[in-house]
Design a protein around this ligand. Structure first.
Ligand SMILES: *Cc1c(COP(=O)(O)O)cnc(C)c1O
Length: 368
């Protein structure tokens, strides 16, 4: 059984990679509004997505996302279903002619899935891959084999499983398509550096079941490939992300989370907090005399997902079990890499990171 980290709230500290912790004020608000949203006498999950109330919610969510990320007017914002993975296929279908060249930089597991989802539709070309080095580093910029005629370059801003952050200026001629699933709104970015960014909401934005796409309107006008309207960004945009019934409750929760992030000071505030928290955790790892190890090159260590290893797999398992007994949950590493992974998303309280660092010190002293 999981014990809570706070006897007051009964809540744990949740380091899960996603779906994961939501802001506590958001959960309270959703609870309070569940039976009667805005005096309607029904919950938001029980009304039409075409009602004026829901359309106002959707418009506010877009306005909040635009304000948070400073999205320019010549960029469109879409709210969609199907997760980040669906976007990985839609990008190829919408932005590239059949069999056209599309470049992929592979810095971890999700870059590989992006390539796999696009491969049936485009001539997917690997510009460079960190796989041979176990995804512990980003291939040096001068070694990238960029295609002159690529429809786009796809990159993963933050590799959630391997804990690798791109963290370099891309400086390429073609539109950059970036998977921001685990790093959107974690720090200020310049939207104009990208042609399209996409993210499943369930890491750093809100609940699962809804994704956001932010794209240069001009890019969305590309003819792409033969595709059904449901797979066409233009059709979703024309219908304001309500081409078919959207996941209304997820959209509502996302809207509450976006409003909360703005109240908290926006991405500038989160950027500073996230950097400080990651630094604290990496310092605990690096200062452990080799008991805890993270192999990622310092310049590319993720501020959002921190994977690390203890001396043996048995110790990894004990660490996870004992952490859970104190209300620190979601620390088991992804099955692809094993070990431990602590995800430090915006909604995680600072006290969670302090509690983890304290537990790491205590656990180490018991085992050396
Ligand atoms: C979680 C994740 C995905 C997959 O997201 P789904 O919503 O499950 O499709 C893709 N890319 C990154 C970077 C992720 O973290």
């Amino acid at each position: 059984m999981t014990r809570s980290a706070s006897p007051v709230t009964g809540r744990v500290f949740n380091f899960s990679a996603g779906p994961t912790v939501l802001p506590e004020p958001v959960l309270h608000k959703a609870k309070q509004e569940l039976l009667d949203w805005q005096g309607i006498g029904a919950s938001v999950a029980e009304i039409s997505h075409r009602s004026a109330d829901f359309i106002a919610l959707a418009a506010q969510a877009e306005a909040d996302l635009r304000a948070l990320l400073q999205v320019p007017d010549d960029y469109a914002v879409l709210f969609m279903q199907g997760g980040a993975t669906l976007q990985q296929a839609l990008i190829a279908l919408n932005l590239a002619a059949p069999g056209a060249r599309a470049d992929y930089l592979i810095t971890g597991h999700w870059g590989k899935t992006a390539l796999q989802q696009a491969a049936p539709y485009v001539d997917a070309h690997i510009v460079a891959s960190g796989e041979a080095q176990g995804f512990c580093d980003v291939p040096a910029r001068e070694d990238w084999q960029l295609s002159a005629d690529a429809a786009y370059l796809h990159v993963t801003d933050n590799e959630t499983i391997h804990g690798v952050e791109l963290n370099l200026p891309l400086d390429v001629e073609v539109p950059v398509v970036a998977d921001f699933s685990s790093s959107i709104a974690s720090r200020p970015i310049r939207i104009r550096d990208y042609g399209l960014i996409y993210a499943g909401a369930q890491k750093n934005l809100g609940p699962s079941g809804i994704s956001v796409v932010i794209a240069a309107r001009a890019l969305l006008e590309r003819s792409g490939q033969k595709r059904a309207p449901i797979l066409d960004y233009r059709a979703h945009l024309a219908r304001e992300s309500m081409l078919n019934t959207p996941p209304t409750f997820n959209w509502y929760l996302l809207a509450l989370c976006l409003a909360w992030m703005r109240e908290q000071g926006g991405v500038a505030a989160f950027g500073a907090r996230n950097a400080a928290r990651a630094q604290k955790l990496y310092a605990a790892i690096d200062g452990s005399q080799g008991f805890y190890r993270n192999r990622v090159a310092t310049a590319h260590r993720s501020r959002m997902n921190v994977p690390f290893f203890l001396p043996t797999a048995e110790l990894d398992a004990q660490f996870v079990a004992q952490a859970e007994a104190r209300g620190l949950i979601g620390l088991k590493g992804h099955k692809v890499v094993g070990g431990i992974r602590a995800s430090l998303y915006n909604a995680l309280p600072d006290a969670a990171v302090d509690a983890l660092v304290d537990f790491m010190q205590e656990f180490r002293h018991r085992h050396v």
